[in-house]
Design a protein around this ligand. Structure first.
Ligand SMILES: Cc1cc2nc3c(=O)[nH]c(=O)nc-3n(C[C@H](O)[C@H](O)[C@H](O)COP(=O)(O)OP(=O)(O)OC[C@H]3O[C@@H](n4cnc5c(N)ncnc54)[C@H](O)[C@@H]3O)c2cc1C
Ligand code: SF4
Length: 345
């Protein structure tokens, strides 16, 4: 489908981006009853998802405001409190290769490095990655006006749902599309956001994402006129290790059908003192496997425990007609990633 004509502007600072009159892409995609089409101003980073939505005929903005010329917004650096600051414009490739991230947050390096193709990773930004819209094929089809696009029904719940959610899928069964988000939620990351008034907020990423029960038309709590400036990782406790792995459908550069991130803290004797286990491509938002996390605390991690932990991760799963196959994949993947994070895989 041909793209409509649109204007192009370039912001030189985050404040300029916030003051540009930009709305969120989620709002720009909703029908305006009786209103003129194509009036929205939207922000653009790498443009991978944005231009896809425009080519698919799902988004027709009046103006794009490019953020890529904002100086320094791609920097990755250690902060004075020992945490890491990853600028919103850092590419997935930069995130995958940065020595501080490889050293302190291996799960994130692995999640970013395993996403998409090398060409896409060089263009795609971490901020845009977290804000990309879901891959549900009904959502991506102009012929289907589903709940998430302001329509009346979910086509996937009784339709082609093989790539959909196996948890929390009653209202809308999308899976969250960001692979990096799986690792970032496990690592306890925050997202830094500024608005046109210069106010800064830094919610936990876990709380920034929005479940369909809360609002089926948006995946996160980004508001009109807000610009994401960074992703913030807390300073890791001593003896923290992490890992991320994904399972793909085929040997192609595509979104995973399942991915898992594990972050472990261990005592001097090697027993697990804290565990974060997060499932990606499993639910509309990255899914914490709480039962698994709880059963690991106080234990030495070995193969038997890893297998049990994998099964526990499926607690409360409600697979749809065509995606039961994801259950054994998640059980096996949780076990493998856990052993890998524990240095045994
Ligand atoms: C073949 C293929 C395979 C892929 N595989 C994977 C995969 O395995 N895992 C995965 O996670 N992703 C995958 N992707 C998706 C890709 O990684 C994302 O589309 C990309 O990361 C989006 O980043 P971007 O910088 O291009 O964002 P853009 O397309 O520029 O923007 C995306 C959204 O974010 C908003 N936005 C961007 N930056 C900001 C900001 N700083 N402040 C406020 N709003 C902002 C835009 O308005 C837009 O709504 C794949 C894509 C393709 C084409
Ligand atoms: S799963 Fe969500 S996005 Fe997909 S058809 Fe259903 S409501 Fe729409």
């Amino acid at each position: 489908m041909a793209m409509n004509r649109f204007e192009w502007a370039s912001a030189r600072t985050a404040a300029e981006g916030a003051a540009s009159g930009a709305t969120t892409v989620a709002d720009a995609m909703l029908p305006v009853p009786g209103g003129p089409p194509g009036q929205a101003v939207v922000l653009k980073a790498g443009g991978i998802d944005l231009l896809d939505l425009m080519k698919e005929g799902l988004l027709a903005p009046r103006r794009l405001v490019d953020l890529r010329a904002i100086a320094g917004l791609d920097a990755i650096a250690q902060e004075s409190d020992g945490g890491l600051r990853i600028g919103a414009l850092a590419s997935l490739q930069q995130v995958a290769e940065h020595p501080l991230i490889a050293d302190r947050a291996r799960a994130l390096a692995e999640a970013a490095g395993g996403s998409a193709s090398p060409q896409i990773r060089h263009v795609a930004t971490i901020g845009g990655n977290l804000l990309q819209r879901p891959r549900c094929w009904y959502f991506r089809s102009i012929a289907h006006r589903c709940l998430r696009k302001g329509g009346g029904k979910c086509f996937a719940v009784h339709g082609e749902n093989q790539y959909h959610a196996i948890f929390a899928n009653e209202v809308c069964a999308v899976v969250h599309p960001s692979t990096a988000a799986t690792a970032l939620v496990a690592l306890g990351a925050r997202i830094e956001i500024v608005n046109a008034g210069g106010d800064v907020r830094r919610p936990l990423l876990d709380e920034f994402f929005v479940a369909p029960e809360t609002d089926v038309q948006r995946e996160n709590d980004l508001k009109e006129g807000e610009v994401v400036t960074a992703v913030l990782l807390p300073a890791p406790a001593a003896a923290t290790t992490s890992a991320h792995m994904r399972q793909s459908d085929k040997q192609a550069f595509d979104w995973p059908i399942a991915d898992v991130a594990v972050v472990l803290e261990r005592d001097a004797d090697g027993r697990c003192s804290k565990a974060s286990v997060v499932l990606g491509a499993a639910a509309p938002v990255p899914r914490r496997a709480r039962a698994t996390e709880e059963m690991l605390v106080g234990e030495m991690i070995d193969e038997k425990l890893a297998r049990e932990a994998g099964h526990a991760a499926l607690e409360a799963s409600t697979p749809l007609a065509r995606n039961h196959y994801k259950q054994p994949i998640f059980a096996a993947l949780v076990a493998r990633v856990l052993l890998r994070a524990a240095g045994q895989g």
